[in-house]
Ligand binder design. Structure first.
Ligand SMILES: Cc1cc2nc3c(=O)[nH]c(=O)nc-3n(C[C@H](O)[C@H](O)[C@H](O)COP(=O)(O)OP(=O)(O)OC[C@H]3O[C@@H](n4cnc5c(N)ncnc54)[C@H](O)[C@@H]3O)c2cc1C
Length: 410
């Protein structure tokens, strides 16, 4: 740190998902003492399949995470089930070149391993469930499930969609059920005849059937997912692999082959739900990042990406700040969340709307919807042009914030 007056503060982060791990790395780089509390015995990935856009890749690299060969660079398209293209997501060549492709396909455990490898010793504490917290002008007291009380200057809730930090700050808000479910899996079968370097998101009248290239520990493979309507109140009792096979059967190659060559043990299912975006994330000395702040349906394929960006930006904002000073903490927490809220709310709302339009439109409207999607530029504008715009603006914001950060920590 260049400023002699800088006094490192204490930050507690709850939850070792992508948001919490990125926050811990960024806060550590900002020179504060950080503790990352995870309730489970390990930082365990919530699922197998994952794609990341360039901004989180860039943030990870700046956080000291090894991003070399993290996944397979992919160009993305939306298509009809018969293979006809509806949308091309075109990013500028230099972005594709600099950040390993437009959209990189990887397995989620690999991201966790790389984040953990970058974590300084002593930061992550496992088997450390948090029960609650309280705060006043002087600090935060975090109540652990085992009765211990920890003290900090700033508390970060990175504790996912059921965040107790969010609930304590802003009260309970109902989950928004999307009444959809998704099945995902992956395969490294060498006999698959599919184009590499591609992410194809395709739809028939009611089902999304998608696949992308992946790379994992130097191996090339594919991940896939199928998504359709499911009443959230109904228990699912079917066989995962058999159901996914049925849902993917009407799609063009290679989706059915990808599903059939997937080990049934590598197929998972999730229901889609979120909570409506909050107007304010931070209160006093506590704030939120990731799904705790803006839970996002997998339809966006950006929840983990935005969680990583949140963590990166929050740590950068805390650099050089005297965390014992409540007014200074308030100023930086407000400055942190102000640009994050519109970006994350747009993504999570768009993910919700796309899910409803593609899978829950009344039957008589489905042919009309598909005519519009096939013969007007609506989807290209809504997805093919808005995604690159958001991505470029996030990269520019990271560049701007990183330059300020480098000046502070020089
Ligand atoms: C099927 C599927 C596909 C997806 N695909 C993509 C994709 O392609 N790209 C993408 O960017 N995103 C994707 N997402 C979204 C992404 O997974 C989430 O947005 C992301 O995991 C959110 O990260 P997080 O760190 O905020 O929360 P989480 O990953 O939920 O982590 C929260 C952590 O907090 C811990 N915790 C909770 N409560 C406590 C407590 N009281 N004490 C201590 N620890 C606690 C939990 O154990 C957990 O480790 C997908 C999601 C699904 C379901």
């Amino acid at each position: 740190m260049s400023t002699n007056a800088f006094r490192p503060g204490k930050v507690i982060v709850i939850g070792a998902g992508p948001a919490g791990m990125a926050t811990a790395l960024s806060v550590h780089q900002a020179g504060h003492q950080v503790t990352l509390l995870e309730r489970y015995r390990e930082a365990r990935p919530a699922g197998n399949i994952l794609n990341l856009w360039p901004p989180p890749i860039k943030a990870l690299g700046l956080l000291g995470v090894d991003i070399d060969d993290l996944g397979a660079p992919c160009y993305s398209e939306f298509r009809r089930a018969d293979g006809r293209r509806r949308v091309a997501v075109n990013l500028p060549d230099e972005v594709v070149r600099d950040y390993g492709g437009g959209f990189i396909g990887l397995l989620r455990p690999e991201l966790y391993q790389r984040l953990l490898a970058a974590m300084p010793p002593g930061v992550l504490q496992l088997n450390r469930a948090v029960d609650g917290f309280e705060q006043d002008e002087t600090g935060v007291r975090v109540h652990m499930a085992d009765g211990e009380v920890l003290e900090a200057d700033v508390l970060v809730g990175a504790d996912g969609i059921d965040s107790i930090v969010r609930r304590t700050l802003w009260g309970d808000s109902p989950k928004r059920e999307h009444n959809l479910h998704i099945f995902g899996g992956y395969t490294f079968d060498d006999d698959i005849d599919a184009e590499r370097g591609l992410c194809v998101v395709s739809h028939d009248r009611t089902i999304q059937g998608s696949w992308t290239s992946i790379r994992n520990k130097g191996r090339n493979g594919f991940q896939w997912w199928v998504l359709g309507e499911h009443n959230a109140e109904d228990e699912f009792t079917g066989d995962l692999h058999a159901t996914a096979t049925r849902m993917g059967a009407g799609f063009t190659a290679p989706l059915p082959q990808l599903i059939s060559t997937t080990d049934p043990a590598h197929v998972q299912r999730w229901v889609l739900r979120d909570r409506k975006p909050l107007k304010q994330w931070s209160k006093g000395r506590a704030t939120l990042v990731g799904d705790a702040a803006h839970s996002t349906s997998p339809y966006a394929a950006y929840g983990a990406g935005m969680a990583t960006e949140d963590g990166y930006f929050l740590g950068r904002r805390l650099a050089g700040v005297d965390l014992s000073d409540q007014a200074a903490v308030r100023t930086v927490l407000d400055a942190f969340e102000a640009p994050r809220k519109p970006h994350t709310a747009r993504q999570s709302q768009q993910a919700y709307v796309l899910g409803q339009v593609f899978h829950r439109a009344p039957r008589p409207l489905q042919p009309v919807r598909d005519l519009i999607l096939d013969h007007t530029p609506l989807l290209q504008k809504a997805v093919g042009e808005s995604s690159p715009r958001e991505i470029l603006s996030q990269i520019a914001e990271i560049d701007r914030v990183e330059e300020q950060f480098r000046r502070i920590v020089r």
